[in-house]
Write a protein that binds this ligand. Sequence first.
Ligand code: ZN
Length: 431
Amino acid sequence: MAKIDTTLHHPGEQITEIIKRIYHAGMTTTSGGNISIRDPDGNIWITPSAVDKGSLRRTDIVCITKDNDIIGRHKPSSEFPFHKAIYEARPDIKAVIHAHPPAVVSFSIVRQIPNTNIIPQARHICGPIGYARYALPGGDQLGKNIAEEFMKGFNAVIMENHGCVIGGTDLKDAFIRFETLEFAARTIIDARTVGEPNYLSDKQIEEFESQIPSDLPELETTEHPSDELLIRKAISDLVRRACAQGLMIGSYGTVSVRWYDNHFLITPRDIPRWEINIEDIVQIKDGKREPGKLPSRAVKLHEQIYKSNPNVNSIILTQPPNIMAFGVSKTKLDVRTIPESWIFLQDIPVICFGNHFFNRHTIPDTISINAPALIIQNDSIVVTGDKLLNTFDRLEVAEFSAKSLIMGKPLGDLIPIDPQQIEELRKKFLT
Ligand SMILES: [Zn+2]
């Protein structure tokens, strides 16, 4: 995906890139949804009415000036009135995304609001969620109902029997919130398919958010030998692949690879994962970071895992939606489903929420050759391995297993491979 610069890229370019992402991620249909940006002059740029979302170009985007002149070759989206109402209600909002993503719509049509306390960063990024009553699309009443919710301070609003509308300080901010809300909604639905979701308290989330680890000291100089450059490229390619495959969202996920000894390279914090490039990857050497760059907040956990596990040479921490259904519901992700799943993962231990910050030894001590992956409740899965591609493969196998378990639920309960068959697998494939 192209990197978006919300200051230097033209609003039309930003909108076409984001609508493409939303469409290809299955979060809008060809005709549904609309996006707008308010530029510094007060003009509003918006997607056109009835133009294919799969093939929009910059020149298809319509501009409505602050004097209400319409510039462009199409008609503006029929939902322009509510975009305008939001901008009038909230001068701090500069971009708006509206769509009908399937999981959010599931909540909208049963008239419920997803509880984002399911995962800390979902709550942190989406904030509390507003709820706008149904009104005729394109009408002033719908604009009024939505603007009232934004006036209350919400940046994400469920639209009754319709979809959602998200605001942001720029389009990237709005997109990350949009993507995270759909992820949270899907996780809750899948968790309810396999068990009962466990929600965190506001206090647990506050405590968690305040555990920002102190920054590592900076290295004085950094060298980039060719083997270091190869790792950099492998990490940035793999993170983008994980996003494209639905295994990682923009707001969360860390990948690292051991360089030599206990030195490693790791993804940065505060950069949307689908934009990470080679220059963003952070080198960690002797417990120090590459100058001028901030590594993932989980950097110390990665460091500890490498120190305690000489056989581990790559680590992925992420929140794939199907695995997280188990991660947030205290339902065991039993991988004794098919030989491949058990051979790749063995039994997956579950660690209590908060352990990667509060108790730094639990995770590194739990990881072993016989436990290459573990789940941190209400947070993520940690997958380890030798080569990065093998670790990624292991992650994919875990996500597929979780998906089969969720899809199979209406068919009946899992009949696992029995202990004797497991022993046969162990002898043949793992010893
Ligand atoms: Zn709509």
